[in-house]
Design a protein around this ligand. Structure first.
Ligand code: URA
Length: 239
């Protein structure tokens, strides 16, 4: 990769900003001052320094966000109204990257949302053929009967061409349950409970594939995924 492109990718500035840094001898590659913006480096091997400090290369970034209620799951590019705030605006780092949420939660849903710039991983996590599990904590208006649970688990008619695929429901009490689904249809969880005559009052996503919401994250907070979390997600969605 060209040195100037590398420096842009890591967020040191625009092409012209990083060219100035290079011209001012503030960049070294493997210990040697490099004054050629087109100099080719190996982003995984060459030791690049800016003012003597290592510049760490990340091809992509991955954040676990606890989405708060009241904000839409969109990237800035998706917004019709540029004044509207979206989940990506909650990430205060990596502003130079085109971050987007992997999948969507409704405006009034909270919980786990992966924010990244890795289109390949996002595509594979969202692919209908992969059936990545998603678990939600659901608060209900009415008590759920054992028959309702049987129906939800077998699959219900939510007005689409086909019923929902089998799901699993685990009761916390009569009006709050965990449900795990393997699809991602529009408003799916709300429509499933509607199909058994109930109503979702609160909805929070707890997990997606191998990734579980960090209980230390308050709504609106985020952190980078750990190496283990990323490896788990990538291996669970591969193939
Ligand atoms: N199902 C819903 O109904 N809403 C969400 O936000 C996610 C799943």
């Amino acid at each position: 990769m060209r040195l100037d492109r590398f420096l842009c990718t890591v967020g040191l500035g625009s092409r012209s900003d990083v060219k100035k840094l290079i011209q001012k001898s503030r960049i070294t590659a493997d210990g040697v001052v490099c004054k050629d913006p087109s100099f080719k480096i190996d982003e995984n091997r060459t030791a690049v320094m800016f003012d003597g400090k290592p510049v760490i290369y990340k091809k992509n970034v991955y954040f676990m966000l606890n989405k708060p209620k009241g904000i839409i799951s969109a990237s800035r590019a998706d917004l019709r109204n540029p004044d509207e705030r979206c989940v990506v605006d909650l990430i205060s780092e990596e502003k130079h990257r085109s971050l987007f949420p992997v999948g969507r939660l409704d405006r009034d849903t909270e919980g786990l949302l992966l924010i990244t710039d890795d289109g390949v991983l996002a595509h594979s996590l969202l692919s209908p053929s992969k059936h990545v599990n998603k678990t939600y904590l659901v608060g209900l208006r009415r008590e759920l009967s054992p028959e309702d649970i049987t129906k939800l688990e077998a699959g219900v008619d939510i007005g689409d061409d086909t019923p929902t695929r089998p799901a699993s429901v685990s009761e916390i009490n009569k009006t709050s349950v965990y449900i795990t689904i393997h699809e991602g249809r529009f408003h799916q969880v709300k429509r499933m409970f509607e199909a058994v005559g109930n109503e979702v009052l609160t909805l929070k996503r707890i997990s997606m594939g191998s990734l579980t919401l960090d209980p230390d994250l308050k709504p609106g907070e985020y952190r980078e995924l750990t190496e283990d979390e990323l490896t788990g997600l990538k291996s669970g969605s591969a193939g």
